[in-house]
Design a protein around this ligand. Structure first.
Ligand code: AMP
Ligand code: GLY
Length: 425
């Protein structure tokens, strides 16, 4: 088959690495891809939200299967566009349609869904521009910390947690009245604060059945000991020691099964990844959010543990045949350490020449934000390289990740030195 992966990050590089290993993969394209994906296929420039452009690319290259990496095209309806286009009707595309993608695209949609189907999650109330006074009153009657969320997609930045009432009120007004996150904060949710440890859990569902992928822990803050600004993710580890059999059963029974039943009851067809961000509150799982795609950097530790032909798994989902698919997980531990540009997640410079990549053999390096220029690989984003290690246990895999992190270099490289430390105690 000819395959197209949409996206340009570490997640998409990982997909390209894995899918290129499938005997079913004849030709692989990554659009737009990055400096690392070209090792596994052909990079083609495309705007991932320009569906007409993607359609031409698919027709010209006789693509049979499209894997959508990031959420935006899904939330914007790329799957519906394919289904409605006469020329694309027979092209398989992996991911939910626009309605299903609302689980990530609108927090009020997903929170109402969870409430309706009795899925444990933080209590909430949502407010629009006509309800600013009610929102302020609600905040004054709540207790800190205050959790404010923009309803729509805000590139991972739409959540503000504040300990004092005055700054929460200001943030709330700023989001709604001053449209801090543009259209995304036309509606704002105020949520109960959940205290616990976060974990990322992933399934693939065809709407009828599901398979669980390995869980992972993501390190979101820029600074060590989880301090400083939120980022896209600075590292990840899989498996996670507190995700034991008992916790997993709770997640299955209280969250995953109710979610799939709920989708069916609400007539929401759903085929694709479902990434469930969970909070472990004293041993009980609560949903923080749904995403309708894989996590990044979680993909860089989850996919290397999957022994199956991953393309076959994705195809069986599209064909609503997951009940006959068994996932085969490697018992080894994987970890990834993200190398970032100085200044990220705020302002940073790009275009620095990266050294040390060519010398690395037999290791898994995934590019997150790079570009190729002649013989050189240049930094081209905030998150630049993911150093994935595999080991018998967490300390062994972290040793590999950190060795890679030290060897690869460019001006202004930064990484957290404490990824996975909390899980080694
Ligand atoms: P989200 O974009 O919904 O994943 O939120 C971003 C981050 O904010 C999460 O990863 C959590 O660390 C934190 N967060 C979100 N909602 C809550 C909540 N209700 N209680 C505590 N922390 C939260
Ligand atoms: N690492 C979190 C995310 O992909 O949203």
């Amino acid at each position: 088959m000819n395959i197209l992966i949409l996206g340009s990050g570490g997640r998409e590089h990982t997909f390209a690495w894995k899918i290129s290993q499938s005997p079913l993969c004849k030709k692989l394209f990554i659009a737009p891809g990055n400096g690392g994906t070209s090792r596994y296929g052909e990079n083609i420039y495309v705007d991932i939200n320009n569906f007409d452009e993607i359609k031409n690319l698919v027709i010209d290259n006789k693509i049979d299967f499209v894997l959508v990496g990031p959420e935006d095209p899904l939330v914007n309806g790329i799957v519906d566009y394919f289904e409605q286009s006469y020329e694309l009707k027979n092209v398989k595309i992996f991911g939910p349609n626009k309605l299903g993608a609302q689980l990530e695209g609108s927090k009020s949609f997903s929170k109402s869904f969870m409430k309706r189907h009795n899925i444990p999650s933080a209590k909430f109330k949502s407010f629009n521009l006509n309800e600013v006074d009610e929102g302020i009153k609600f905040l004054r009657n709540s207790s800190p910390p205050f959790v404010l969320k923009a309803d729509g997609l805000a590139a991972g930045k739409g959540v503000i947690i504040s300990k004092d009432l005055e700054s929460a009120e200001n943030s709330f007004k700023n989001m709604l009245i001053n449209k801090q996150f543009g259209e995304a904060s036309k509606k704002v949710l105020i949520e109960e604060f959940l205290s616990g440890i976060e974990i990322s859990c992933f399934i693939i569902t065809d709407g009828e059945n599901y398979i669980s992928l390995p869980e992972a822990k993501d390190y979101k803050r820029i600074g060590e000991n989880d301090t400083g600004l939120n980022t896209g993710g600075m590292g990840a580890v899989s498996p996670v020691n507190f995700y034991d059999e008992e916790f997993e059963k709770k997640v299955e029974n209280r969250i995953i099964k109710r979610t799939i039943q709920g989708l069916k009851k609400d007539n929401i067809p759903f085929k694709g990844f479902l990434f469930i961000g969970l909070m472990n509150v004293n041993g009980d799982p609560f949903v923080i959010e749904y995403n309708v795609r894989m996590g990044d950097p979680e993909t860089q530790v989850v996919i290397p543990r999957i022994k199956n032909d991953f393309l076959k798994v994705l195809l069986s989902c599209i064909d609503i045949d997951l009940k006959n698919t068994k996932i085969n997980i490697d018992r080894k531990t994987t970890s990834t350490v993200i190398l970032t540009s100085k200044g990220y997640p705020e302002k940073y410079k790009k275009g620095f020449k990266i050294s040390g990549l060519k010398e690395i053999k037999n290791s898994i390096i995934f590019h997150a934000g790079t570009t190729e220029e002649e013989e050189n690989i240049l930094s081209n984003g905030g998150r630049v390289i993911a150093c994935t290690g595999v080991g018998k246990n967490i300390s062994e895999s972290l040793q590999v990740s950190y060795e890679l992190a030290r060897k690869i270099d460019w001006e202004g490289k930064y990484y957290r030195k404490d990824i996975g430390k909390d899980l080694m105690k």
